[in-house]
Every structure is written in structure tokens, then in C-alpha cells.
Write a protein that binds this ligand. Structure first.
Ligand code: C5P
Length: 401
């Protein structure tokens, strides 16, 4: 799918550099041409020989190399690509990029390029969270650098948190989406609105009611629609996931904020409500923290939250042509899904079984039924990514009909 695309891969000095070798391989498998620039730091982790062997091209490391400059000046190097990818993007290299420094080949190429740049940060979580890094990231985004990751998880340094470089497969997918490499864009010209994640409903300024939704399915759907060419607005509750590439993300906390963000995003051709919206909120959020003062236990009274799916489906004006809901049930999945379809007024329900043991909630796989007016389809067990791709294709087919 990346046939004929030229990627200039800048590898900076972090332990994630070893995964850049996997990235080169994955890009080559997609038939992209990969040329590597390595910083001196990167060469402490992986050798130029390994990058050269995998990319099938020579690797550039020096700014002041007479041979390199004679054969391919750094300016040409920076321009002979469709996309410059920095992976891993270390705190140091991003600081240089943000400041416009050019004291080695990597930073010089990044300053000299006229091509789009995508950075995949990887570093210790404290370094990532440091205000200086966050300032640099904000600066780079404002300068038009596309950011992917970092992901959260176990870090090589033994700590846990955000800082892992995105998976090579995710980087390849983001590159493909970015380059618009595929000509297969059945959702081009369409606007997809996707809700994802849980909502947080405040009790007082420090406490809230939430649920276990990970947002994985909703985020995967947003990314899948974007890959098929849709303009995507992803309205997401609080999740621990990287922002999918190529979508406009609106981050909200409560159900009411989610509804407002959805309504603000209209018109849309399709609305896919994958969020696990809290059914109830606390009727009156305390303005100050509830105190444990030994007296009577506090009592919470609830108010019903707006049903975003039903509200979008019932609109007289600007109702998306296709409104899709999700149903997570722990038994009698199809019966409940049919009832939900009627009750919510939506067009399709993607129903899944979240009984204990299915591993659906928070997991990577899903077994779903697609319930529509024409009947029920039983999809085989597949990854949430595949569910997303299959659903996005079905949406494209429906909108084209
Ligand atoms: O009624 P239930 O919560 O089972 O319905 C699930 C579907 O309805 C999902 O598509 C969910 O995103 C949507 N929903 C909503 N707003 C709510 C509750 C559910 O959009 N307040």
C-alpha cells in the first residue's frame, strides 16, 4: 500500500531505536523506499549496518562528510522523500527541532526539508511529561509536525507510563493514512462523527463516576473511517490511548459535554456512537469536596443523562443519514439489540457480548452482531481493529447505495 512512497527515517538516540529496525522492515514489506539518517546517539543503540541491510540503502550519519556531501548534499537528502519520519523522536531531538537548531545531520535535514514531518516520540515518562518537552511538542504541532504517540505501558527504564514509541504497525498505518497512499477511499468527501471512551460524571471537584470503557473500539473506528478517506470528528471521553492519526479529536469529560460536542460537529453523514456514556450523573455536583466528618454518610441522588445516540437519531434537521449505536450485553445479545434499535431510533446496532470471560471490555478482540432493519449478521471473532475496518467498509457501502 506504500508502493512507490519514499520515507526518510530519522532515527534518534533512544532505546526504542531497535524498534525502528522493525519499522524499516514493516515499511519495506509495504513496498516503501526507506532511507535512514541516524544521529550519533542512535548509533549507540543500533548500527548503521543494520539499518542499511534492512532498508537496502546507504545510511547517512554525518553532516560534515565530504563524500556524502559530494554524492548527496544534505539539502537534497531532506527533499528526496514524500515524508520525513522521526522515530524514535527523543526529547533532545524534538527540543532541537522546536528551537530550529541544526548542529548535526538529523537536525539539519529536519530544518532544511520542505516535506511533511511525522514524529513518534519515545522517552522516559518524566521526560515526556516535563513542561519543557510538552512546550516543544506544542511548538512542533503548531509548526505542522504530525505527532504519533507515545503510548503508555512498561518502559525500558523500568518505569510505567506514557513514553513508549508507537508500535511499528501503528506507525506504518499512520504513515499510510498521512500519505493518503491508498487510492481506495470510499468514504472520501464524507464526514463521520464517532463517540468513544467512557464519560466521567463529577460528584465533587475531586471525585467522579466512571466506567471501564477503554475507548479502543471507538478509536479504532475513527481511524478506520479516516483511512477510507472520511473527515472524522472523534468526540472522546477520558481514555489512555494515543490520538488516532488523521482525525479531529474533541476531548470531553461528561455526557452533556459529549452531546454538545457532537451537536457542534454536525452535519455528518454518519454518526457512530461507540462511547460508554454514563446513564446517570449526580443531580447536583458539590462545589466543594465532600468531607468525611464522622456524621451521616453522604447520599447521592442522580439525574438522567441525555442519550446522545437517541438525540442524534431523533433530530429533524441535520440527522446523520446513518446513525449507529453499540450494545454491550451480557446475554440475549440480539434480542436486546433489536429492542435497542427500536427504542433509540438508530439505523444499525453493533451488539457484543461483554459477559465476564469474553475479554471484550478493555481487551483487543470483539465478537459482534450487526443488527439492522434487514436482519442480523453474526460476525466472526476478530480484533477491534478488524471490526472497525469491516464496519467502516459497510458504512461506505451503505452511503454509496
Ligand atoms: O442504552 P445503552 O447504554 O445500552 O446504549 C448503548 C448505546 O447508546 C451506545 O451506542 C452508546 O454510545 C449510546 N448511548 C448514548 N448516550 C447515552 C447512553 C448510551 O449515546 N446516554
Amino acid at each position: 500500500m506504500l508502493q512507490g512512497k519514499r520515507i526518510l527515517l530519522v532515527i534518534a538516540g533512544g532505546i526504542a531505536a531497535y524498534r525502528s529496525l522493525e519499522l524499516i522492515r514493516a515499511l519495506r514489506e509495504q513496498r516503501a523506499a526507506v532511507r535512514c539518517v541516524m544521529t550519533h546517539g542512535a548509533q549507540q543503540f543500533v548500527t548503521p549496518m543494520a539499518a542499511a541491510a534492512l532498508s537496502g540503502d546507504r545510511v547517512f550519519t554525518e553532516l560534515f562528510s565530504l563524500t556524502d556531501e559530494a554524492e548527496m548534499g544534505h539539502i537534497r537528502l531532506s527533499r528526496e522523500a514524500d515524508l520525513v519520519v522521526v522515530a524514535p523522536a527523543t526529547a533532545d531531538l524534538m527540543a532541537k527541532m522546536a528551537a530550529g537548531l541544526a548542529d548535526d545531520l538529523a537536525s539539519t535535514v529536519l530544518l532544511a526539508t520542505d516535506k511533511p514531518v511525522m514524529a513518534c516520540p519515545a522517552m522516559n515518562t518524566m521526560m515526556w511529561n516535563h513542561p519543557a518537552t510538552q512546550r516543544n511538542v506544542a511548538r512542533l504541532k503548531a509548526d505542522g509536525v504530525a505527532m504519533l504517540g507515545p503510548d503508555a505501558g512498561d518502559l525500558a527504564c523500568g518505569e510505567v507510563g506514557r513514553g513508549r514509541m508507537s508500535q511499528p504497525a501503528a506507525i506504518v498505518a499512520a504513515i499510510a493514512a498521512f500519505l493518503d497512499a491508498s487510492t481506495d477511499k470510499p468514504l472520501a468527501g464524507r464526514h463521520a462523527l464517532v463517540t468513544s471512551g467512557p464519560t466521567h460524571e463529577p460528584i465533587d471537584p475531586v471525585r467522579f463516576i466512571a466506567n471501564r470503557s477503554s475507548g479502543k473500539q471507538g478509536h479504532a473506528i475513527a481511524a478506520a473511517c479516516a483511512r477510507l478517506g472520511a473527515r472524522v470528528t472523534l468526540v472522546s471521553g477520558p481514555v489512555n490511548l494515543p490520538d488516532p492519526a488523521g482525525v479531529e479529536i474533541v476531548k470531553v469529560e461528561t455526557a452533556r459535554e459529549m452531546l454538545a460536542a457532537c451537536e457542534a460537529a454536525l452535519p455528518a453523514d454518519v454518526a457512530i456512537c461507540a462511547a460508554a456514556v454514563a446513564d446517570w450523573r449526580v443531580a447536583s455536583e458539590a462545589a466543594t469536596k465532600l468531607k468525611k466528618d464522622g456524621g451521616a454518610l453522604p447520599t447521592l441522588s442522580f439525574a438522567e443523562n441525555p442519550d446522545i445516540l437517541a438525540t442524534l437519531a431523533a433530530r429533524n434537521d441535520r440527522r446523520p443519514r446513518l446513525v449507529i449505536g453499540f450494545a454491550a450485553e451480557t446475554g440475549d445479545v440480539v434480542t436486546y439489540a433489536r429492542a435497542k434499535l427500536a427504542r433509540k431510533g438508530c439505523d444499525w446496532i453493533v451488539a457484543n457480548d461483554v459477559s465476564t470471560g469474553t475479554g471484550t471490555f478493555g481487551g483487543d478482540d470483539n465478537t459482534v452482531f450487526l443488527v439492522g432493519p434487514e436482519g442480523v449478521e453474526d460476525w466472526p471473532r476478530m480484533s477491534k481493529q478488524e471490526v472497525a475496518d469491516t464496519l467502516a467498509r459497510r458504512i461506505a457501502g451503505h452511503l454509496a447505495a
